[in-house]
Design a protein around this ligand. Structure first.
Ligand SMILES: Cc1ncc(COP(=O)(O)O)c(C=O)c1O
Length: 407
C-alpha cells in the first residue's frame, strides 16, 4: 500500500468517523503551499477555513511561538501571566472595544457570547431570570456544541444530538423585517455571521447589517457578530462589519487569531456588556494562556499594518474577475467578498465533492459545502499568479466535466 493509503487506513481505523477528508495526506506546509507524504505539492485554497489567513508557518508567527515556547506556555488563570494583558489590550484596541474574554476554539467563543448576552439581559436589561431569548439566522454555522447545533437548520448538524437548549428564535438570514418582528421584551441578543461561510459564502443583501444594527439598538438588544471566519483580514477589512459600516456590541473571533499555530478565540466588547461576568462564573483552563497570547499579539501586529486587508481586497478583485469568467461554463453563480468565494457549480455537472477531488488531482485544495458549492479561501499571502493557477485548474476541471457529460 502506498504511504497515503497507509496513513488514511490508520486514521480511519483509530479516529472517529466524523469527517470524510479528501484522500490527501499533508506532511508539510509553507505560505500558500502544502506537500503531501508522497512529495506532491498542492496550492491550499481553503486555508483551514480561514484559520491560516497568514499562510502556513508565517515566519513572524513561528518566531513568536518559538520565543514563547522557550519561556512559558501555560499558567491557568489561577495565576497571572505576563502576555495576557498585552494581548487583551491590543485586541480590544484593534476592535475599538474595551475588553476581551479569551477562549480557545470558535465554538467556545460563541458559547461564551451566549452566556454573556444572557447575563447582560438579566443584570443590565432586566429580563426576568431564565426567560432570555436570542435571535439567530437560518443557515447559520456557529460550531458544534449541543447548544449551538440546537439552533442550526442543518439536519446533519442536529439530528441525533438532542435534547437541545431552549431560548433561541430562528429567522431567515438577510431578512431584517423578520428579525424586527421576532424581537420581544425578552430578546437579549441577535447572533449572526456577517457573511455565512459554511452555508456557501452567502452575502446578505446590501444594508442588512446596518438595519440589524439599527433595530437592535432601538430595542436594547445586543448585536453579536460571529466574525470567526469572516474577520481578521479575510474580507478586505479587519472585520466584515467594517465593510458594512457597523459596529456590533460583541465580536466573536477565532480561527486566524491563532495564526494556524494554536487555537485562540475571543469575545470582544465594551465593559458595560463583558463586565457583567464575575469571578468563577466562566473560564477555561487554556483560555488566555501565554503561548496563545504571544501568537495572538503577533497576529494583531500583522493586522495593524493593514497590509493583509489590502491584499485581500486587491487579490479578491482579481479572483472575482477570474471566477466570473467561469459563469456559463459550468458555474451558475459566484459570490466573492475579499479573498473569499462561494462558487456554485452546475449541479448537473458534478457534486462539489467530485469537483474538489478533481481539483486535488490537479494540485489545488478546496472544499465543497452543501451540494455543488465550492468554497475558496486561500491564504492572504497567495500571489496573483498562484490565484491564476487555481482559476486555470478550476476551468480545466469544469471543461473536463463538461466534455464527459457531452460524450
Ligand atoms: C462562523 C463560525 N463560527 C464558529 C465556528 C466554530 O469554530 P471552531 O471550529 O473553532 O469551534 C466556525 C467554524 O467553522 C465558523 O465558521
Amino acid at each position: 500500500m502506498d504511504s497515503t493509503g497507509a496513513f488514511i487506513d490508520q486514521t480511519e481505523r483509530f479516529s472517529a468517523h466524523n469527517y470524510a477528508p479528501l484522500p490527501v495526506v499533508i506532511s508539510s506546509g509553507e505560505g500558500a503551499w502544502v506537500t503531501d507524504v508522497e512529495g506532491r505539492r498542492y496550492l491550499d485554497c481553503l486555508a483551514a477555513y480561514s484559520a491560516l489567513n497568514f499562510g502556513h508557518r508565517h515566519p513572524a508567527m513561528v518566531a513568536a511561538a518559538h520565543a514563547q515556547l522557550d519561556r512559558l506556555t501555560l499558567t491557568s488563570r489561577a495565576f497571572g501571566n505576563d502576555r495576557l494583558g498585552e494581548f487583551c489590550q491590543r485586541l480590544a484596541e484593534l476592535a475599538g472595544k474595551q475588553m476581551v474574554l479569551p477562549m480557545n476554539t470558535g465554538a467556545e467563543a460563541v458559547e461564551s457570547g451566549i452566556k454573556v448576552a444572557r447575563a447582560w439581559g438579566y443584570r443590565v436589561k432586566g429580563v426576568p431570570d431564565g426567560r432570555a431569548r436570542i435571535i439567530v439566522a437560518s443557515g447559520n454555522f456557529h460550531g458544534r456544541t449541543t447548544t449551538i447545533v440546537g439552533f442550526s437548520s442543518d439536519p446533519d448538524a442536529r439530528n441525533g444530538f438532542g435534547p437541545f437548549a431552549s431560548g433561541f428564535d430562528v429567522v431567515p438570514y438577510g431578512d431584517a423585517d423578520a428579525l424586527a418582528a421576532a424581537i420581544t421584551d425578552e430578546t437579549v441578543a441577535v447572533l449572526i455571521e456577517p457573511i455565512q461561510g459554511e452555508a456557501g459564502v452567502i452575502l446578505p443583501p446590501d444594508g442588512y447589517l446596518a438595519r440589524v444594527r439599527r433595530i437592535t439598538a432601538e430595542h436594547d438588544v445586543l448585536f453579536i457578530a460571529d466574525e470567526i471566519q469572516s474577520g481578521l483580514g479575510r474580507t478586505g477589512a479587519t472585520f466584515e462589519c467594517e465593510n458594512a459600516g457597523v459596529v456590533p456590541d460583541l465580536y466573536l473571533l477565532g480561527k486566524a487569531l491563532g495564526a494556524g499555530i494554536v487555537p485562540v478565540s475571543a469575545v470582544v466588547g465594551d465593559a458595560e456588556v463583558l463586565g457583567v461576568l464575575r469571578p468563577g462564573e466562566h473560564g477555561s483552563t487554556f483560555g488566555g494562556n501565554p503561548l496563545a497570547a504571544a501568537v495572538g499579539i503577533a497576529v494583531i501586529g500583522l493586522l495593524s499594518t493593514g497590509e493583509f486587508q489590502a491584499r485581500a481586497r486587491e487579490l479578491g478583485a482579481h479572483l472575482a474577475r477570474r471566477l466570473q469568467g467561469l459563469l456559463g461554463h459550468g458555474v451558475a453563480q459566484v459570490r466573492v467578498r475579499g479573498l473569499w468565494a462561494g462558487v456554485d457549480v452546475d449541479p448537473g455537472l458534478a457534486t462539489g465533492r467530485r469537483v474538489c477531488e478533481l481539483l486535488a488531482g490537479r494540485g489545488i485544495l478546496a472544499k465543497e459545502t452543501h451540494g455543488s458549492t465550492i468554497r475558496l479561501a486561500p491564504p492572504l499571502v497567495i500571489t496573483e499568479e498562484e490565484l491564476d493557477l487555481a482559476a486555470d485548474q478550476f476551468a480545466a476541471v469544469l471543461a473536463d466535466l463538461r466534455g464527459a457529460t457531452r460524450r
